[in-house]
Design a protein around this ligand. Structure first.
Ligand code: NAI
Length: 479
């Protein structure tokens, strides 16, 4: 069987870009991305795609209607496909056994049941979603328990390593593609077929094949390692603030050791995104289930440190504003969890904004890509507030950063958008209440220049000249 038709279940941040690039590089393969959400599919078929990702518009424009299709007709797409990616969401469970830690596999199970119901002929089913180790076994159980005559399945694990904001580049020039499969002749044959698809643009030496469980665990491990680096540097940023060392200098000195490397050593308000926290919690849960409490505790610390960093930053803002933000006008620049994406899942900005709203602040929020309705949804979600109406009355969303800062007491920079570096801070300073504060949660601004303009500046991992009033009002342990 040669792969002629691919179906991807789940038109999200992973399914959409991954299949767009696959369609671009394999023009003779028909790629159909399906989703149960009519809205999402309608957006994929419109001029305004449902996700913002640099370079994505161009790729979709080239392939859509040629060999790339977005559809809600899941049945036909499954029936016709030789190879089916499952790329649905795998959030943390919010209730029941494993609540708050285990991955909720209900969407994966739903996709597997649809395949079982609709499939005909031989199918290669590929786990693209990030799943717990041995999830492929559960998928196979569902498929085989519902097997029909003339249908056979091979399950592969092919986790996705793209990062939002650089997804297209990451897909085009992947460091590696990982494919796990069953150690049988049929399993090897299925692995070879998926290798063949990727070999249209990825060199064979960058395609790693492993057993299924190694592949599933490698994805969790990779995210755990990445998040661990951020928590490690963030933990040291607290030491820097307490001692006068500068975390950027420390990161540079440490990162120049070729065994350590310089990437992912940027201290900040904390990591966000839909994956790091959920995947580490999942890893922790798996370790607990395997009766490996020491390993579980080790990885849990990465999450705890991230929570500490977000809380520490929010506390610093409040303390610097004379220990009260009640009725103060505060600007939040950036709401996405990182630059070049409109995704706000687990964004540190939500934590900061929620803390300030609880303390009675009035917020003015600007983000170049996040939809206003998304910001309101995030801040009024029942998991963060019991008073959604109060929140709505205390938040103004702006479409212009200058309007967002006009008349406010403080700016909190939560996302490292390039445009924030280029803003006219003299103009902003003139329009703000005095003393005008800036809290740079991403360490991207020119702090010396801001201080010269007159701002009271605070950042992560470095003591800057502190304002006189704050010294008088600040808590005694803060030198
Ligand atoms: P997403 O939430 O953006 O998209 C998932 C889509 O699946 C949704 O549009 C949903 O409607 C659809 N869906 C769910 N069940 C369905 C069903 N039975 N039939 C049809 N459609 C269904 O999720 P995202 O971010 O794309 O993540 C997908 C998976 O990829 C997750 O397991 C995630 O951990 C993993 N991943 C995500 C990365 C990211 O940067 N977002 C990076 C690498 C992996």
């Amino acid at each position: 069987m040669v792969i002629k038709k691919i179906c991807c279940i789940g038109a999200g941040y992973v399914g959409g870009p991954t299949c767009s690039v696959m369609a671009l590089k394999c023009p003779h393969i028909t790629v159909t991305v399906v989703d149960k959400s009519k809205d999402r599919i309608a957006q994929w078929n419109s001029d305004k795609l449902p996700i913002y990702e640099p370079g994505l518009d161009e790729v979709v424009a080239e392939c859509r209607g040629r060999n790339l299709f977005f559809s809600t007709d899941i049945e036909t797409a499954i029936k016709e496909a030789d190879l089916i990616f499952i790329s649905v969401n795998t959030p943390t469970k919010t209730f029941g056994n494993g609540k708050g830690r285990a991955a909720d596999l209900k969407y994966v199970e739903g996709a597997a049941r649809m395949i079982a119901e609709m499939a005909s002929g031989d199918k290669i089913v590929v786990e693209k979603s990030t799943v717990p180790v041995r999830a492929a076994e559960s998928i196979l159980n569902i498929l085989r328990a519902n097997n029909k005559p003339g249908v056979s399945y091979q399950i592969l694990s092919n986790p996705e390593f793209l990062a939002e904001g650089t997804a297209i580049d990451d897909l085009l020039k992947a460091d590696r593609v990982l494919i796990g499969g069953e150690d049988t002749p049929e399993g090897h044959a299925a692995v070879e077929k998926l290798c063949w698809v990727y070999e249209h643009w990825i060199s064979r030496c960058n395609i790693i094949t492993t057993n299924t469980w190694s592949s599933e665990l490698s994805k969790l491990a990779a995210n755990a390692f990445l998040a661990q680096r951020i928590s490690s540097i963030n933990s040291l940023s607290a030491v820097c603030e307490a001692t006068g060392a500068d975390i950027s200098e420390v990161a540079r000195a440490v990162g120049l050791d070729s065994r350590i490397g310089s990437k992912f050593l940027q201290a900040s308000v904390g990591f966000g995104g839909s994956c790091f926290q959920k995947d580490i919690l999942n890893l922790v849960y798996i370790c607990e289930c395997l009766n490996l409490p020491e390993v579980a505790a080790y990885w849990q610390q990465v999450i705890d440190m991230n929570e500490y960093q977000k809380s520490r930053f929010s506390a610093k803002v409040i303390e610097s504003l004379f220990n009260t933000v009640s009725d103060k006008q505060i600007t939040i620049l950036g709401f996405a969890f990182k630059k070049d994406t409109g995704d706000t899942r687990e964004s540190p900005a939500i934590h900061v904004a929620t803390t300030l709203l609880d303390e009675g602040a009035k917020l003015h929020i600007y983000d170049p890509k996040v939809e206003p309705s998304q910001i309101i949804d995030d801040l009024t979600h029942l998991s963060v507030t019991e008073e959604p109406e109060n929140v709505k009355n205390s938040v103004t969303i702006h479409s212009d950063p200058y309007a967002a800062t006009m008349g406010t007491h403080a700016i909190i920079l939560c996302t490292e958008w390039d445009e924030f570096v280029m803003l006219d801070y003299e103009r902003i300073y003139k329009g703000m209440m005095k003393p005008a504060h800036i809290f740079d949660g991403r360490k991207i601004l020119d702090h010396d220049r801001l201080i010269k303009i007159g701002f009271q500046v605070q950042t992560i991992g470095k003591r800057l000249a502190r304002p006189l009033l704050t010294r008088m009002w600040g808590s005694p342990h803060q030198a």
